[in-house]
Design a protein around this ligand. Structure first.
Ligand code: PXG
Length: 458
């Protein structure tokens, strides 16, 4: 790409493209970095810089870039049947096969799948299915869904309402009615003098308190991410999810495991709920189901719920043009085949996860780093002003953004969530590439420290 071509693209981007979750004015002034190509675990920008993608795109490019098998699967399906709908007693081969495949890797007693195009649409589907379920059981007043502060469940009206992002609720009159939130299980910030195990039980107890406050006969479901992703890789204590399960069982509350980030090997299991030993009624999936090669999402439903929906005999008035899109489903089937053939889950559990943990935890000795946490192929650290005293930086300094800028300039994508720095590398990264990535991250921590020192902020 010539310099002139690049400038023309930048100008079009600035003049016409409204980016997601973006301060439009600030971006127009700064200009976008144009990504043109991907290969393995690297992306390349228009100026020819090679950048190690520590975020797998946006948590989704699990198998990395440039996988010919996935492109071939798309091409074959497009030439055979690029689209047909699943509305009027019709189906297609990839959708039927993928539904069966997803049922086979999901926890037992989850054998049916509803397809959407994204995680947000999956969660919207769940809100409607949960409320219909209770209506069909003669309890229409049971319509309250409990989510968590700092949870992320998407950007549609229902998705943003289920999530607990204050900035999202502040725009557009959210949350929608009958969605309430409890505090997140963030041990480092909220653990106080408790042990991690004690804190896990306490944090799960907030759900029980909320159920009792709302009224047992009103609470329909609880939704959570096994590990909070967009909230900053918040890994709950191991006691948390089993206690959540116990509470949901005790009060007959449906459990929704939003696996949009944790699904498909991210934690070393097909789904995060399997790592934590939870039996959900709904699993939301998206992102890595196609390794990001096609937008596809949906919901895996437990038999006890789907049987009520089926036995009612009435129509579920819900669906999308592209529910069960044959191309997306064909790519997903190929993606899952590769994950099995290349033993991606085993590799994450036995090799890559432990390697990442060892290397990432070594960063804890850095003067800026308050704590390091990892599980499978996700990791997070907190930048602290005085780590011994657990003193955070003044938020107006935007220390996370300073560190993120250094990472990008030094050739690695690392995300900042406030002052938490997080990574979720492709599941095909080698141990050597992990070592390289950690080396760059340490250098960026040093550069951040230098910059803060020069500003007189450290
Ligand atoms: N649930 C979870 C747990 C997610 O992480 C969604 C639902 C919504 O999926 P869609 O496909 O509608 O985007 C997500 C999406 C970030 C970031 O900055 C994370 C997501 C999306 C955009 C940005 O970490 N997760």
């Amino acid at each position: 790409m010539t310099k002139g071509d690049l400038e023309a693209v930048r100008a079009k981007d600035a003049a016409h493209y409204l980016h997601p979750f973006t301060d439009f004015k600030a971006l127009e002034a700064a200009g976008s970095r144009i990504i043109v190509r991907g290969e393995g675990v690297y992306i390349f920008d228009a100026e020819g810089n090679r950048i190690l993608d520590g975020m797998s795109g946006l948590w989704n490019v699990a198998l990395g870039y440039g996988r010919r098998e996935l492109a071939d699967a798309a091409y074959r399906q497009m030439m055979t049947l690029p689209f047909y709908n699943s509305f009027f007693q019709t189906s297609n081969i990839p959708a039927a096969r993928l539904a069966a495949e997803l049922a086979s890797i999901a926890p037992p007693q989850m054998s049916r799948v509803f397809f959407a195009n994204s995680g947000s649409e999956g969660n919207d589907t769940i809100v409607r299915a949960v409320r219909r379920y209770w209506e069909l059981l003669g309890q229409p007043q049971r319509d309250v869904i409990i989510g968590r502060h700092n949870g992320y469940h998407g950007s549609t009206m229902a998705g943003a309402s289920l999530g607990g992002m204050a900035g999202m609720h502040a725009q557009g009159g959210l949350p929608i009615p009958n969605i309430v939130h409890i505090e997140q299980p963030y041990f480092y910030e909220l653990g106080g003098d408790l042990t991690e195990d004690e804190f896990g039980i306490k944090a799960a107890g907030w759900l029980e308190e909320k159920i009792l406050a709302v009224g047992v006969d009103r609470v329909a479901a609880f939704i959570g991410e096994p590990v909070q992703g967009a909230g900053g890789v918040i890994i709950p204590p191991r006691t948390y999810w089993p206690e959540i399960q116990r509470i949901c069982d005790a009060y007959g509350v449906l459990l929704i495991s939003d696996e949009v980030i944790c699904g498909f090997g991210r934690l070393g299991t097909w789904f995060g709920c399997q790592h934590f030993g939870v039996r959900p009624d709904f699993i939301t999936f998206a992102k890595a189901v196609t390794s990001g090669y096609f937008p596809l999402g949906g919901v895996i439903v437990s038999d006890r719920v789907s049987e009520v929906l089926i036995e009612s005999g009435g129509e579920f008035n819900h669906g999308y043009t592209n529910s069960g899109h044959p191309v997306g489903c064909a790519i997903a089937l190929e993606n899952l085949r590769i994950m099995k053939d290349e033993k991606i889950l085993e590799n994450v559990s036995n090799v890559l996860g432990p390697h990442l943990a060892a290397r990432f935890h070594a960063l804890a000795d850095h003067p800026l780093v308050g704590v390091t946490e990892t599980l499978g192929m996700v990791a997070g650290l907190v930048l602290m002003s005085e780590k011994q005293k657990k003193l955070a930086f003044d938020p107006t300094l935007e220390v996370g953004m300073i560190c993120r800028r250094h990472c990008f300039e030094q050739g690695v994508v690392m995300r900042a969530v406030g002052d938490r720095m997080i990574i979720a590398p492709p599941l095909v990264m080698t141990t050597r590439e992990i070592d390289d990535m950690i080396g760059v991250i340490r250098r960026c921590l040093d550069l951040t420290l230098q910059e803060l020192t020069a500003m007189g902020a450290f």
